[in-house]
Write a protein that binds this ligand. Structure first.
Ligand SMILES: [Zn+2]
Length: 457
């Protein structure tokens, strides 16, 4: 067995267990942690020197749309209805290869900033899932469904929602037993899918024993409309049609309607993705994290898409989650550093079922990341957990290991060609932007003056 050691690091095994000047070892054969404790001996040539490094469990992005990263910065600072219109116009022009380019870019960004697993809802097929496996990340992949007849990505595939539902269980079967891949159903939201389709998804999820990933109660308007149309909140509707009979992963839940909604979110089959940056950027509101904690709701953290964030850096998400709860509650103890670190690790891992624990311990998956903690913004570092929540940045990450495989080695991506990915993305965005410019009547979009001499790329 080839055992790799990280020697002499500060290790945050989980927010409740911190080891100084310690050692962690893992097997690249089994992909599991084999040792965690005091340093057992000097650093050998094959070992990683942990001096000046902070080791923690890999971060879990509990909600994103990785294929959308071509839309980063496409429609900032606009009201939600105009934002949706601009995003949709761009998406209608994205080919499958455009979506793949966005996925590769997102994975490069996620690995660089310490994310090891992501729960995603967008377009997925065997090739795209294979790209994630090749990159070495873990994914919970759901192809989004917007209604039986809706064709979500017409330039990429002619598939309707009905066809996607039929194909989801086939895709899941194809990757059954794969350590890195899980497939789920992805009904986009109750306001696009409707109760009948959601009930159908619930039956299919039970039949095939697959999870469901859905957006629920993102805006107050969505909740009001659901009360009018369905006589209950979106969360209550999801429960009524049986979506939570198996594993249900809920994005947002910014506006639980009442205690009954919180009780549904707290069910052992349910996990929640809190996406504070996206919710703030789109003016959706602030999810009640203290109430989640008080009700036993297991929440992770998600970035949502690059159109509404515009970064996949989970350290930003941790800091924002802590600060926004304190600001809105006027209480500096509303959400603590340990709470957001737990959300970004154990909380998000919940969406991956038994596969991930989000903590480092002997026998657990060797999903770990290393941060350089020698920079000025990491000096001094009396409390490592607080450092992770308030000072650390994605760019501090030097090494990323997933299932015992090193995806980032001393700052270098080992599975992705970053320069080629960036060049490809720039080329594709230029093409789509030109198409959009031709499609819009002149004067519909304000043109911004750009001094080309002062910009890059
Ligand atoms: Zn989303």
């Amino acid at each position: 067995m080839s055992e790799l050691r990280v020697v002499g690091a500060t290790i945050v095994a989980d927010p409740e267990r911190e080891l100084r000047d310690a050692e962690i070892a893992y097997s690249s054969d089994t992909g599991r942690v084999t040792y965690l404790g005091p340093v057992r001996g000097p650093v050998r040539s094959a070992d990683l020197d942990g001096t000046g490094r902070l080791v923690l469990p890999g971060l879990v992005n509990a909600h994103t749309h990785a294929g959308m990263s071509l839309l980063r910065g496409h429609s900032d600072d606009e009201p939600l209805d105009r934002w949706l219109g601009h995003i949709r116009a761009f998406e209608l022009r994205m080919t499958r290869d455009d979506i793949r380019a966005g996925l590769l870019l997102s994975m490069a960004e996620m690995i660089r900033s310490g994310t090891v697993a992501f729960a995603d809802m967008y377009l997925w097929d065997a090739g795209l899932v294979g790209d994630v496996r090749d990159a070495g990340l873990r994914v919970l992949a759901a192809t989004a469904v917007f209604g039986y007849d809706a064709v979500a990505y017409p330039a990429a595939t002619p598939e309707t929602g009905a066809q996607v539902l039929d194909r989801t269980s086939t895709l899941a079967a194809e990757f059954a037993g794969d350590e890195l891949v899980q497939v789920s159903f992805g009904p986009h939201a109750p306001y696009t899918c409707g109760p009948e389709l959601l009930a159908d998804v619930a039956r299919r999820a039970t039949t095939h024993d697959l999870p469901v990933h859905i957006h629920l109660s993102e805006t107050a308007g969505e909740v009001r409309d659901s009360l009018d149309r369905n006589g209950c909140s979106p969360i209550a509707l999801a429960h009524r049609v049986g979506l939570d009979a198996g594993r249900l992963h809920v994005a947002h839940a910014v506006h639980p309607h009442d205690d009954a909604d919180l009780a549904i979110l707290a069910r052992p089959t349910v996990s929640v993705a809190h996406c504070p940056v996206s919710n703030l950027k789109l003016g959706a509101g602030v999810a009640p994290v203290p109430e989640f904690q008080g009700s036993g709701v297991c929440a992770g953290l998600g970035t949502d898409s690059m159109a509404s964030n515009n970064s996949a850096d989970m350290f930003e998400e941790m800091k924002t989650a802590a600060l926004v709860a304190r600001g809105t509650r006027r209480d500096p103890t509303a959400v603590l550093a340990a709470d957001v670190v737990r959300m970004a690790t154990r909380g998000g891992a919940r969406a991956f079922g038994d596969r991930l624990s989000g903590r480092l311990a002997v026998g657990e998956p060797a999903d770990l990341i290393m941060l350089d903690v020698t920079a000025p913004h990491a000096t001094p570092m009396p409390e490592p957990v607080a450092h992770l929540a308030y000072s650390a940045r994605g760019s501090d990450v030097t090494d990323v290991v997933v299932a015992g495989r090193r995806l980032l080695a001393a700052g270098r991506l080992t599975t992705l060609d970053e320069a080629a990915i960036r060049a490809d993305v720039r080329h594709r965005v230029a093409r789509i932007t030109a198409e959009l410019g031709r499609a819009l009547p002149s004067g519909r979009r304000p043109t911004r003056k750009v001094d080309r001499g002062a910009t890059q790329g």
